[in-house]
Design a protein around this ligand. Structure first.
Ligand SMILES: NC(=O)c1ccc[n+]([C@@H]2O[C@H](COP(=O)([O-])OP(=O)(O)OC[C@H]3O[C@@H](n4cnc5c(N)ncnc54)[C@H](O)[C@@H]3O)[C@@H](O)[C@H]2O)c1
Length: 299
């Protein structure tokens, strides 16, 4: 099957592409390489360099290919960027998604949209379910929620098109980690702690996250690619094992033999982000890799 993966040169996208190529799909990667890398794209993939905000770039792809499924991952990601580059986050994440939906509609594609628990903003009532309300603080305080709000609007645009008959599924990833995760200043927590010396814990480190092994996530994404009858459904692809960021730092510092310091908290960091996973019974999916096994594979 021909499948288009936007953001396929990034962390999650490149793992998804590996899995699709391995099972014999024809994969087109559409990425501007702003954060991804062409070295991460599996042999046998067709690579198109372009910007998801450009409708001409989308049309160029559909002139040459007829994908049946679009995995729309391309987005501005990386926690520190959400406040610093809020205008870019909104532009890429919302306009890229509008274009993806437009082309999916025109060509009758199934689409998988990549959302996040951040789409619920600072909702404190856990677990986060498909019925949880999104809660955002006043925008003048900080603009961290450019990302979460853009994912919320992305979901809203998807559900609007579902109402119009499009087959869109939503995957909310919950702190996926694994090889190729970005470890720079704008990166994700596991890889930052694997790279930094000393390890910097943001704030007091009492905030919890549910870290989810990338291999487990990819299994769920393949099911979302193939299974019929999931139009308009959203799945929290996450583990339910909570760990505080200080506990995580302690775990990694022991393995690496480096120290820990505390740095500034990120704007708007939620205290907890526990997913409700009951909806995943429908796709027979569960995170099965425990954290120590996952971390051992990163060394
Ligand atoms: N990693 C996670 O735990 C996690 C959690 C929740 C949601 N998500 C979502 O999953 C998707 C993939 O995340 P990731 O962790 O692989 O991030 P990533 O930054 O590694 O991948 C994003 C990719 O999109 C590309 N891109 C950015 N702007 C683009 C543009 N204008 N045009 C074309 N390509 C562009 C980047 O070059 C990069 O390759 C994103 O939509 C992200 O919001 C990820």
């Amino acid at each position: 099957m021909e499948i288009l993966v936007t953001g396929g040169a990034g962390f999650l996208g490149s793992h998804l592409v590996d899995a699709l190529i391995a099972r014999g799909d024809q994969v087109i990667v559409f990425d501007d390489l702003s954060r991804g890398s062409s070295d991460q794209i599996a042999d046998g993939t067709t690579f198109v360099e372009g910007d998801v905000r450009s409708i001409q770039d989308w049309e160029r792809i559909f002139k040459a290919h007829s994908p049946k499924v679009i995995h729309h991952l391309a987005a501005v990601n990386g926690t520190r960027r959400f406040h610093k580059e809020a205008d870019l986050v909104v532009d890429v994440n919302i306009n890229g998604t509008r274009n993806a939906l437009q082309l999916a509609k025109k060509h009758g594609c199934r689409m998988i949209f990549y959302s996040s628990p951040e789409s619920f903003g600072e909702q404190e009532s856990m677990p986060l379910s498909n019925d949880s309300e999104s809660l955002f603080p006043p925008a003048h305080i900080h603009q961290r929620h450019s990302y979460g709000a853009s994912k919320h609007i992305g979901e809203l645009l998807c559900q609007f098109e579902v109402r119009n008959g499009l087959d869109v599924r939503i995957a909310r990833l919950c702190n996926a980690y694994g090889p190729r995760l970005h470890g720079d200043d704008n990166g994700q927590v596991v890889s930052m702690m694997m790279a930094a010396d000393p390890i910097v814990v943001h704030g007091d480190g009492s905030q919890t996250r549910c870290l989810t092994w990338v291999g487990d996530v990819i299994d769920g994404l393949l099911t979302l690619t193939d299974m019929d009858g999931l139009e308009g459904e959203a799945f929290n692809l996450g583990s339910t094992d909570e760990i505080t960021m200080l506990e995580l730092a302690n775990l990694i510092s022991k393995v690496r033999g480096v120290g820990i310091i505390h740095g500034d908290a990120n704007h708007g960091d939620s205290k907890r982000r526990l997913p409700d996973v009951s909806m995943n019974e429908k796709i027979s999916w569960k995170a099965t890799t425990n954290l120590s096994d996952g971390l051992a594979q990163l060394r």
